[in-house]
Design a protein around this ligand. Structure first.
Ligand code: SF4
Length: 454
């Protein structure tokens, strides 16, 4: 891959000419040591080469240390563990003393996301960046001392008000947020850094990552890049979305680690991730046939998931460079109808043609307190067939509303098995059982569809 800088995260080499690393993330409560250890083992057995766990508060720090200890003693210590931290620099500092990597989100490290338009002068803006840099200093000092890596995880859905007010909610804004943090890292002479630019919109994720890649080259920086499409959902749709975004970037020679996020048991993620990496190695973009903005892609790949990976990655790559208007797929191992169905999914994922409701759903994590997998499947079934409508199903109230802010409607997890209904960014119901929330959601969807009938 293009990144020149290579370093070790635990036993795993990342960046430079190291192979692409396939990661995954648990969705257990991190305080539940037994369940988390068991899930980590299933994920590692399924091929995860790095495992991330959420650490919502200081309460989960000691359980996390215990999880690491038990995995080591049970022979799983060769897999690096990553702590996922939002909102709380103190938690990041605590876990940085023993984890292999800490993921922080610049959108919520010290900044806030209240969807407010801030009118900051240049000096006020610079003062806020300086405040963030000062608050991040202890984390980088601890990481240097303990040889811990940091992932700067930019999410399109959780950019802070300061960045959005100045640069819009755009790929360029994501790049600015990443560059601010890279400059802070360089200021503290800290270089064990991985960056990710995630979005549930495949084109936004691709554009932001490519822009950051190019911006780093211009600045003579070469930090490894982690790739992923957030809230991709589940089943074929989730896999196709991930393959389109991640696969297209890998085809451009960009990306050092990947995660295929699925609203499914986490052990399903890595097998598909490995198939994606392998499929890309065998795909030659010079052979793509594009005429009059139509991609005609032929292959004789017999494995259905590999065929899915190749078709989605080829389409993502071709659409990024040529703004396609159609994708046609041909593979003799599958019927014409199967190929046409896959082409529709690929076009929807890349937003070449929107033919169905767009669903986004987070993969869930230790913050989720309801059965998101079955609720999401029920939502998909009930609200299919509304092209132009976007519905989100998110695990928690902490990050969910921000991450699905461009959805028309959504369900967001509250506590104790309950969810709230959202209309855009606004909560429109009290916490309630998912079945009741779906009834409320149905009323909103009907109203919105009927109001569009002339
Ligand atoms: S939105 Fe989902 S994945 Fe993100 S923090 Fe909340 S529960 Fe976890």
């Amino acid at each position: 891959m293009n990144s020149k800088q290579q370093f070790q995260i635990g036993n795993v080499a990342i960046g430079g000419d190291a192979p692409v690393v396939v990661q995954s993330m648990t969705n257990t409560d991190t305080a539940d040591v037994q369940a988390s250890v068991a899930q980590c083992k299933r994920m590692i057995d399924a091929g995860a080469q790095m495992v991330r766990l959420t650490v919502p508060s200081l309460k989960e720090v000691e359980p996390l240390r215990e999880i690491q200890k038990r995995l080591k003693s049970d022979g799983y210590g060769h897999i690096p563990l990553v702590a996922d931290v939002h909102f709380n620099p103190k938690v990041a500092e605590a876990v940085a003393t023993f984890m292999n990597k800490v993921r922080v989100n610049p959108g919520n490290f010290t900044d806030k996301r209240n969807f407010s338009q801030l009118d900051l002068s240049d000096s006020e803006y610079a003062a806020q960046v300086e405040r963030m840099a000062l608050r991040a200093k202890p984390l980088f000092e601890i990481c240097k001392q303990h040889d811990t890596a940091v992932r700067i995880g930019i999410n399109h859905g959780s950019l802070c008000d300061r960045i959005v007010s100045r640069y819009g909610n755009t790929p360029e804004a994501m790049v600015q947020s990443a560059l601010e943090w890279l400059e802070i890292c360089e200021q503290y002479d800290f270089h064990k850094v991985v960056i990710s630019m995630k979005s549930s919109n495949v084109l936004t994720m691709m554009t932001a990552t490519k822009l950051l890649h190019d911006s780093m080259l211009q600045r003579n920086m070469s930090y490894p890049l982690h790739l992923g499409v957030t809230e991709a959902g589940n089943d074929r749709e989730g896999r196709v979305k991930s393959a389109a975004g991640i696969g297209a970037l890998l085809l451009m020679g960009i990306g050092d680690t990947i995660r295929v996020s699925l609203t499914e048991p986490p052990e399903n993620e890595s097998p598909f991730g490995h198939k994606l990496v392998k499929s890309i190695e065998n795909l030659d973009v010079k052979k793509l046939q594009i005429q009059d903005k139509v991609l005609v892609y032929e292959d004789d790949e017999a494995d259905e998931e590999c065929w899915m990976c190749c078709a989605a990655a080829a389409a993502g790559y071709a659409h990024f460079h040529h703004k396609l208007r159609e994708v046609q797929l041909h593979n003799p191992h599958f019927s014409e109808m199967q190929n046409a169905d896959l082409a529709k999914l690929v076009m929807q994922a890349c937003r070449i043609k929107i033919l169905n409701t767009e669903f986004v759903a987070c993969p869930s994590c230790g913050r989720t307190q309801y059965d998101i997998q079955s609720v999401f499947s029920a939502v998909k079934q009930r609200f299919a067939g509304y092209p132009g409508l976007k519905i989100g199903v998110m695990g928690c109230i902490v990050n969910g509303p921000g991450e699905m802010a461009d959805a028309d409607y959504g369900l967001v997890g509250a506590s104790n098995g309950l969810v709230c209904v959202y209309e855009g960014k606004k909560r429109v119901s009290e916490p309630m059982l998912p079945e009741a929330a779906m009834e409320v959601l149905e009323k909103f969807v009907r109203c919105s569809v009927e109001s569009e009938i002339p």
